[in-house]
Write a protein that binds this ligand. Structure first.
Ligand SMILES: [Cu+2]
Length: 140
């Protein structure tokens, strides 16, 4: 009698394990859906990087500090923008020798931006302190 109960419980347990397996097989069909989702994500990432490449122009900063332009010499690409920021208590300017650009008087904390549209070498000074010299070099 005890043996019969043990046998029936083992058989029933076997039946339960068998009946669970079809449930696991139904899960295998779901990867089709996840493939579609990842494919859409890849397309979105490519669109974003293409947009960034088309609008690639850089901004550069030149600090006017301790009566010096930092960096004194700056190499950039045509289309890039340079912003001079006066960190000194004294007023300064960033004025190109060929009158390409002129910031006018910059008080402490004031800034001046200029976008370089031509290839060339642009030497500039501070008109208040002509010994302050800087150079912007633009390349295509
Ligand atoms: Cu100055």
């Amino acid at each position: 009698m005890v043996l019969f109960v043990l046998l029936t419980t083992i058989i029933m347990a076997g039946c339960v394990q068998d009946s669970e397996q079809p449930a696991q097989e139904t899960d295998i069909t779901t990867p089709e859906n996840t493939d579609e989702v990842t494919a859409e994500d890849d397309e979105d990432e490519m669109d974003i990087t293409n947009n960034v490449d088309e609008t690639l122009s850089k901004d550069h900063e030149v600090l006017i500090e301790d009566f010096k332009f930092k960096p004194t010499k700056l190499q950039i690409s045509v289309g890039d923008t340079v912003t001079w920021i006066n960190m000194d208590s004294a007023a300064h300017t960033a004025t190109s020798n060929d009158e390409e650009f002129d910031s006018g008087s910059l008080s402490k904390g004031e800034s001046f931006s200029f976008t370089f549209a031509e290839v060339g070498t642009f030497d500039y000074i501070c008109t208040f302190h002509p010994y302050m010299e800087g150079k912007i070099i633009t390349e295509a």
